[in-house]
Design a protein around this ligand. Sequence first.
Ligand code: URA
Length: 185
Amino acid sequence: MEKLKSSCLSCRNCQLREGARQVVFGVGNPSSRVMLVGEGPGEQEDIQGEPFVGRSGQLLDKYLELIDLDRKENVYIANIVKCRPPQNRDPKPEEQDICIKWLREQVRIIRPEIIVCLGRIAAQRLISPDFRVTAQHGQFIEKGGILFMGTFHPSALLRNPANNPAALSDFQALRTKMQELGLNG
Ligand code: URA
């Protein structure tokens, strides 16, 4: 993973790198059985070099804590694109196409049992192009030997707290699934 990280940090394969302070590779335990994937770094992530460290990250940490998981100990967190898109716009499909190879390698190294997609961009990219978070959140879908689940993006929850109970039940479903699979995480 460290070798992959150092190649990734020197990547110049798309325009996003020019507008970003740094490449945000990923954080967590590479031996964990669960990965969480967001869309791309925001301002705080771009400054600090770690995924989900801004306000949305604090909310994510709360959800993890509620199910006894810790970002450094029991999960690995990464994004579809590793460099911050200007003004936090959605990463363009062509930017995702270029950058996704890093995530694929992260998945190949970690070999997670479960990947949780945080928000529409990650879910549409990793689960299905027509994935609808509001309709399909919390459902586990098996693909290539990995269980995928899509849930609300923490930033969307900050904008629309009415979805917090649904997000909580998704995280509880994650905990239950981990128990079923004997993953103590
Ligand atoms: N939003 C994301 O999708 N990823 C981050 O790392 C931070 C905010």
